[in-house]
Design a binder for this molecule. Structure first.
Ligand code: AP5
Length: 211
């Protein structure tokens, strides 16, 4: 099963992908996570990517396409994978085709922008194990502490109000056209993301044909 999770920043792609990993045992490939890892390790790619990420812009296609190709070539992707945050541009989508990667379904998570801003500004991350929380919708048991690994939760640099607005603008211009792109290929299924995390997941299950 090869699935793309499409949708604006903060719509809940990462949250849904983590549930799919638990349920289906295939890896989540988040280009955002791969890039943040490169930044943390101060690789050449990470140093180049940081300035774009902090400003809420997209990292240039040539850098991201190479990173993604390397990741999907790994052994754990043989049975399939969930792409979370890739593709984000038409050239990135085309790169999947030219690499012979056949996508089964594209799940487009939809929410209005006011919901997205609320979700992004309340998001908290565990840098140690990758768990995602929300101060209102999915709070940890103890404020600022990860339930799973007791790591200290952080607010990402790109979750500041002005950067959020920039990310939304970038989404509208560069990523939203992918809905039409995949619609024309008959692969796109839109899901209402303004529902409980459980309900979003059960709708995804239906969309990917795994009732
Ligand atoms: P990336 O890390 O991919 O971030 P993003 O897609 O912008 O969005 P987020 O991860 O912030 O949100 P999400 O949709 O996963 O939502 P989440 O589950 O966290 O990218 C970061 C940066 O990297 C980009 O800006 C860019 O610079 C670069 N980049 C990455 N990929 C790239 C690419 N392909 N090309 C170029 N550049 C790239 O949910 C949000 C919050 O809502 C959480 O707190 C969660 O608990 C809560 N929540 C989730 N679902 C629900 C629900 N159903 N009800 C209530 N609350 C919910």
């Amino acid at each position: 099963m090869k699935v793309i999770l499409l949708g604006p920043p903060g719509v809940g792609k990462g949250t849904a992908a983590k549930r799919m990993v638990q349920e289906y045992g295939i890896p989540q490939i988040s280009t955002g996570d791969l890039l943040r890892e490169a930044v943390k390790n101060q690789t050449e790619l990470g140093l180049q990517a940081k300035q774009y990420m902090d400003a809420g812009k997209l990292v240039p296609d040539d850098l991201v396409i190479g990173l993604l190709k390397e990741r999907v070539a790994k052994e754990d992707c043989r049975k399939g994978f969930i792409l979370d945050g890739y593709p984000r541009t038409i050239p990135q989508a085309q790169s999947l085709g030219t690499s012979g990667i056949q996508i089964d379904v594209v799940v487009n998570l939809h929410a209005d922008e006011n919901v997205i801003v609320e979700r992004l500004s309340g998001r908290r991350d565990c840098p140690k194990c990758g768990a995602i929380y929300h101060i209102k919708n999915k709070p940890p048991q103890h404020e600022g502490v990860c339930d799973a690994c007791q790591g200290s939760l952080i607010t990402r640099e790109d979750q500041k109000e002005e950067v959020i607005q920039n990310r939304l603008q970038v989404y509208r211009k560069q990523t939203e056209p992918l809905i039409q792109y995949y619609n024309q290929k008959g692969l796109q299924k839109t899901i209402n993301a303004v529902q409980s995390i459980d309900k979003v997941f059960s709708d995804i299950r239906i969309a990917i044909g795994r009732k």
